[in-house]
Design a protein around this ligand. Structure first.
Ligand SMILES: Cc1cc2nc3c(=O)[nH]c(=O)nc-3n(C[C@H](O)[C@H](O)[C@H](O)COP(=O)(O)O)c2cc1C
Length: 183
């Protein structure tokens, strides 16, 4: 049985959604907006990885930068976090976001490369706000069990290197993009 697409349906779909190249470009435009605008829903996508036990794992991350020419995305994390070990073990990832304003789901697949203590990590660290750096100066590794939440650590001085040894850049090389537009 074939589904008949009525002219009314077709008219409701903006032409861009039937043009793969235009759609790819549009997805990268939205991703770039996500990296640059904190209010964009693509600013905080969900990064899925494969747990060390083989079960799926997912968490919200901040999309820090997008390199459309290289088809790469940049995320920051703590090398002590479970996700770092997971990505070391298996770099395959999925990144998922839904832009409600565009009614567009964007799902990426790719491979993660991890950077600590190199030029890339250093450049990202230097460009990070002191409030962001403070997360990496926590003495307890992310995910540690605690009796009760403590107070947030003091924000280090902007020139402080505290936490740099825990700071990691995750570069995602995108191998596939799927978009879903709900008309
Ligand atoms: C809005 C938001 C943004 C977040 N951004 C990041 C991030 O950029 N990097 C990161 O490692 N964790 C980020 N987190 C925390 C993760 O979602 C997750 O809870 C934490 O990193 C532990 O993940 P893991 O146990 O899978 O390693 C963010 C959480 C929220 C709610």
């Amino acid at each position: 049985m074939t589904r008949r697409i009525m002219p009314r349906d077709v008219a409701a779909i903006p032409p861009i959604y039937n043009d793969l190249d235009a759609m790819d470009a549009h997805a990268w435009t939205l991703l770039a907006r996500g990296a640059n605008e904190a209010r964009s829903l693509l600013h905080t996508p969900v990064l899925a990885s494969i747990g060390l036990d083989g079960a799926p794992q997912a968490r919200t991350v901040v999309l820090r930068a997008v390199d459309r020419a290289a088809r790469q995305l940049r995320i920051h994390t703590d090398r002590r976090s479970p996700k770092f070990a997971e990505l070391q073990h298996d770099p395959r990832v999925t990144l998922l976001a839904y832009d409600a304003a565009e009614t567009l789901q964007v799902r990426l697949r790719g491979a993660a490369s991890l950077h600590t203590g190199d030029a890339l990590a250093h450049a990202a660290w230097v460009a990070s706000a002191p409030s962001s750096r403070a997360c990496y100066a926590q003495t307890e590794p992310p995910g540690s069990a605690i009796d009760c939440p403590g107070i947030a650590p003091p924000v280090p001085a902007s020139e402080s290197q505290a936490g740099y040894e825990n700071f990691a850049v995750v570069l995602l090389s995108v191998t596939a993009i799927e978009t879903l537009y709900l008309a």
